[in-house]
Ligand binder design. Structure first.
Ligand SMILES: Cc1cc2nc3c(=O)[nH]c(=O)nc-3n(C[C@H](O)[C@H](O)[C@H](O)COP(=O)(O)OP(=O)(O)OC[C@H]3O[C@@H](n4cnc5c(N)ncnc54)[C@H](O)[C@@H]3O)c2cc1C
Length: 511
C-alpha cells in the first residue's frame, strides 16, 4: 500500500484498536491518532463488558492484545434480578468486564508498540488534517458525522430514559439489576463488578420520574463538564441499601439520554466512520465496545486487502453492516423494554425475569427453561405446570395452553389462519420500531379504543417487523385487549416466548 497516511480522530476503543491493526497489516503506513483528552486515565465511564465472541475475534486478529485484555479484565459474572429480599437468576457467568481506563491503557500500549503516533490533548477538526485515509472514531457525538451529515445520511434520535453512568468503590457480588422508588419516581440500577474494588453502577429513570424527583432542575443547573452532585446525593439516598451507605463514584457524571445513531453510508470520499461515530446500540445489551473493536478489525482487514480506498471502505461496510444492524435491532427492543420498566414493577419477579431474558428476541423460553427450570416454571405458572424438566417441550406446551379470555376462546394459543373468522376483531398491519414513546401514542390509543375486543397484528415477516409487532402487542394488551400476533413459522419460538412472557395472548403462525 506504499506509504499510506492514516489519520484517526478519536482515541477510544475503536480508534486505538484500528490504529494498531492497520499498522500490523501494513507496517509502512503512517498512522496518527488524535485524541482530545490529555491522558488515557482521563475518560468518561467506568467498566464495560466484553463478550467471549468479541474476545475470540480479537484473539484471531491480534492475539497479543487479546491476551493483555483478558489479563486486565475481571472474570465473567452471573446476572441476577433483585427486588426486596428476592433474588432471581437471569444468566450464568458470561461477559468479562474491564475498566474503561484500563482498556484504553492496554490498547494504547499495543498501538505505541507498533509505531502508531498518538497525540493526546489534540482536539481535532477534520478540516485541519489531511491524509490518504481519515478515520472518524470520535464517538457517539461525532463532529465528523455532523460535518458530513448530508453525504452520510445521518440520523440521531434520543431515548426517553435518563441515565447516569456511575461507579462504586467496591465490587458488587454479582451483576444485578434492581429498582427502588422515591415518591412517584422509579429508579433502576444496573450494577456489575469490573475490578476487585470497583463496579459499574448505572442508574436510569423514566422521564416522568426524572421530573417528579426534580432532577430536570438539578441537571439544568449543573455547569458543563461538572458532575451533577445534587442528583448523585439523591441517588445515594435512594440506593443506600445497595451501596451499603457508601458514596457513588462520579467522573463528570451527569444525566444523559442515549443517542441512537444511524447512517445510510459509513464513508464519504476518503473519510470512514467506525464505532459509536457510525452506529450506537443501547447500553442495556452491553455491545458498544464490542462493535467498536470489531469494526476496527474489519476496517483494518479491508484496508490491507484493497489498495483502492473506496473499495476498502465498501468491503468494510459490506462485512459489518448486517451484523451491526442485527445488534441495533436487539438493542432497540431492549431499550423499549427498559423504557417501559416502570409499568412492569408490579409483576412477579420471575415473570419480569422471563420477560427480560426474552425482551430482544434473541433468546427463547427453551433457553431460559434449560438454564433455570424452577424460575421458568414460576414465570409460566399462569399457564399451568410447564414441563421445564423436559428439554425442547416448553414452546409447544405454551402454545398448546387453552385460551379463555372474555373475547376469545380456543383450545390452544397457536390459532389456525382462519381461527379468527368468527371473532370480533380489528386487524392492523404494522412494522414500525419503538412503541413505548409518545410518537406511537396515537396508534396505541386507536387500537385500544377500537370497538372490537380482539386485536390482530400482522405485517411483514422479517425478524425486525415481527419483533416490533410483538412489542406493540404488549402495549395494547396492557389496556385489556386480547391480542393475537402473526408470526412466520420460522419465528414460532419467538411467538411462544411472547405468549409465555405475557406480550401476546396467542399467535397465528403463517407461511
Ligand atoms: C452508560 C453506558 C454504558 C455502556 N456500557 C457498555 C458495556 O457494558 N459494554 C460495551 O461494550 N459498551 C458499553 N457502552 C458503550 C461504549 O462505551 C461505546 O460503545 C464505546 O466506547 C465506543 O467506542 P468508540 O471508540 O467508538 O467511541 P468512544 O469510546 O466514545 O471514543 C471516542 C473518542 O474520541 C475522542 N474525541 C471525540 N471528538 C474528538 C475530537 N474532535 N478530536 C480528538 N478526539 C476526539 C473522545 O475523547 C473519545 O476518547 C456503554 C455506553 C454508555 C453510554
Amino acid at each position: 500500500m506504499g506509504n499510506r497516511t492514516v489519520a484517526i480522530i478519536g482515541g477510544g476503543p475503536a480508534g486505538l484498536a484500528a490504529a494498531r491493526l492497520i499498522k500490523l497489516g501494513d507496517p509502512q503506513a503512517q498512522v496518527t491518532v488524535y485524541e482530545r483528552s490529555d491522558a488515557s486515565g482521563e475518560t468518561f465511564g467506568f467498566g464495560v463488558g466484553l463478550t467471549e465472541s468479541t474476545m475470540s475475534n480479537m484473539a484471531a486478529a491480534d492475539p497479543v492484545t487479546a491476551d493483555r485484555l483478558r489479563e486486565a479484565s475481571h472474570d465473567g459474572h452471573s446476572l441476577v434480578l433483585r427486588t426486596g429480599d428476592r433474588e432471581v437468576e437471569l444468566h450464568g457467568a458470561r461477559n468479562l468486564a474491564i475498566g474503561r481506563a484500563i482498556l484504553l491503557e492496554v490498547l494504547t500500549t499495543s498501538a505505541l508498540e507498533v509505531g502508531v503516533d498518538i497525540r493526546l490533548g489534540a482536539r481535532t477538526d477534520i478540516d485541519d488534517i489531511s491524509a490518504d485515509v481519515i478515520i472518524a472514531a470520535d464517538g457517539a457525538r461525532s463532529a465528523v458525522r455532523e460535518r458530513f451529515a448530508g453525504e452520510l445520511g445521518a440520523s440521531v434520535s434520543y431515548g426517553s430514559l435518563h441515565f447516569m453512568w456511575c461507579g462504586t468503590d467496591f465490587a458488587v457480588d454479582d451483576a444485578n439489576f434492581t429498582w427502588r422508588t422515591k415518591g412517584d419516581a422509579t429508579f433502576v440500577v444496573h450494577a456489575y463488578p469490573y475490578a476487585d474494588d470497583r463496579s459499574t453502577f448505572l442508574i436510569e429513570t423514566d422521564d416522568h420520574s426524572f421530573r417528579a424527583a426534580g432532577l430536570d432542575r438539578f441537571a439544568d443547573e449543573t455547569p458543563a463538564g461538572e458532575s451533577d452532585e445534587r442528583s448523585l446525593g439523591l441517588l445515594e439516598e435512594v440506593f443506600t441499601e445497595e451501596l451499603g451507605g457508601r458514596k457513588l463514584l462520579a467522573n463528570r457524571t451527569r444525566w444523559a439520554q442515549f443517542p441512537t445513531v444511524s447512517l445510510d453510508r459509513w464513508s464519504t470520499g476518503n473519510v470512514v466512520l467506525i464505532g459509536d461515530a457510525a452506529h450506537t446500540a443501547h447500553y442495556t445489551i452491553g455491545s458498544g465496545t464490542k462493535l467498536a473493536l470489531e469494526d476496527a478489525i474489519a476496517l483494518a482487514r479491508s484496508l490491507s486487502e484493497h489498495e483502492d480506498v473506496a473499495e476498502a471502505f465498501a468491503a468494510y461496510e459490506t462485512a459489518r453492516r448486517p451484523y451491526v444492524s442485527r445488534f441495533k435491532h436487539l438493542a432497540a427492543r431492549s431499550q423499549n423494554w427498559w423504557s417501559s420498566f416502570r409499568e412492569r414493577t408490579a409483576e412477579a419477579p420471575e415473570r419480569i425475569a422471563l420477560s427480560y431474558m426474552t425482551r430482544a428476541g434473541n433468546l427463547g423460553l427453551e433457553h431460559y427453561a434449560a438454564e433455570y427450570p424452577q424460575v421458568a416454571a414460576l414465570a409460566l405458572r399462569e399457564l399451568g405446570e410447564a414441563p421445564v424438566a423436559t428439554p425442547g417441550t416448553v414452546d409447544d406446551w405454551v402454545l398448546s395452553r387453552p385460551l379463555t379470555t372474555d373475547a376469545l376462546s380456543a383450545p390452544g394459543r397457536e390459532l389456525p389462519v382462519d381461527g379468527l373468522d368468527d371473532a370480533h376483531a380489528v386487524r392492523a398491519d404494522w412494522s414500525g420500531g419503538e412503541v413505548w414513546g409518545s410518537a406511537h401514542d396515537d396508534l396505541v390509543a386507536e387500537l385500544r379504543g377500537a370497538d372490537a375486543p380482539v386485536v390482530v397484528l400482522g405485517g411483514p415477516s422479517g425478524p425486525t417487523d415481527v419483533g416490533a409487532r410483538i412489542d406493540l402487542a404488549e402495549r395494547v394488551r396492557w389496556a385489556g385487549k386480547t391480542v393475537v400476533v402473526e408470526v412466520p413459522v420460522a419465528l414460532r419460538s419467538e411467538g411462544a416466548a411472547a405468549v409465555g412472557a405475557g406480550r401476546a395472548d396467542a399467535v397465528v403462525t403463517v407461511g
